[in-house]
Design a protein around this ligand. Sequence first.
Ligand code: ADP
Length: 391
Amino acid sequence: MATIKLRNVSFNYATPIRKSGLRLFESPQESNEEDLAVESSNGVKALDSVSLTIPNGQTFVIVGPSGCGKSTLLRVVAGLERNYSGQILYDGEDMQIVPASKRSIGIVFQNYALYPNFTSEGNLSFFFKLHQISDEETRKRIEYTSELMGIGFKQLLPRRPLTLSGGEKQRVAIARAIVRAPKLFLLDEPLSNLDAKLRVQTRTEIKRLLHKFGITTLYVTHDQVEAIALADQIVVMHSGRVEQVGTYRTLIENPLNLFVAGFLGLPAMDLFPSSPVSDGRLVLGEYAFPLPESVLPLLQNGQQITLGLRRETVKVFPEIESMNEVHLQAQIEAFESDFVHRTQTVFLRTGRFQFSGLCPLDMKLHVGQSVPVEINPENLYFFDTHSGRRL
Ligand code: ADP
């Protein structure tokens, strides 16, 4: 187990690109020199001054759009990319000159990366053979790991990868990563090749394992549900930078900037087009939203502000009109029933502004209808459009 610290880590890809594609998260012994393409990339800045501390035993889940540097971050932490600037520390020890094979890490890839000619047991024992660890010790470790992996895992041990389903292959890949008792567990989109049902099952299994195992974990995914289910803390990345780190709740309630606000959330916040400040109010077409007292001193007339709004705070057909709320008239563009929460999601438009709100399930609606809408001004989010920072 280890505390992992990254200090101002930057990384550029200036090396040849592999013919087989850009997603190269594979263990070093599996990399294939012939796979190197002749063309060179122009030097892509994949990580830009990343600082991050993952406390011992915690699970940090990295989310962000495709190409934002999630896999690269894992590769750099694993030691598969060593040409970075800044520092990576495991329990205070600088890892710059420590090769990946000496870092006690367990890695799980999207594509399983199992050795096809070995049985599952062979895949699990490969590491021990490589390090000339006794058969007795190997047997004990495999036995312990099989127990940990739970029901039905032992039956997979004599089978080769070709005879296993996707879910079973991923269980073997996870077991192969933990059998060596790693200090650090790295998972790169481990569930994305599985169908929806298996994904949920395997996710629950990983959660159970992480809990039992208590091992420091970095987990890359583009699936927010996975992030919410597994993370102690979520790391939101964008263009090689860490935008914000926090629990899901913190990130949803207190996004630091426009990117986090527009990226996270099921659904993400509605963001209105940028609009100017006028005499302490935000002017949106024919409507003016009062700005909170706390931000007024920071604002200048004419400054461009982006307003963010969560669906839960927009009431369609409010029962009693309260004086303190902002009232609008909007047109229904579409609506959907949500039977679990006994509500309807209503997609609305007023002028050029599109947003969504909620109303009770039994309310009769039709497309094109003009409806009253109430918004609590205390639940509005204001962002400086230019810097993206939350005010
Ligand atoms: P993510 O995992 O978030 O999708 P990656 O870490 O794979 O993002 O990629 C980050 C950036 O680095 C992207 O712009 C990607 O195109 C680029 N990249 C990734 N691998 C290589 C490589 N081997 N050579 C050149 N550029 C790469």
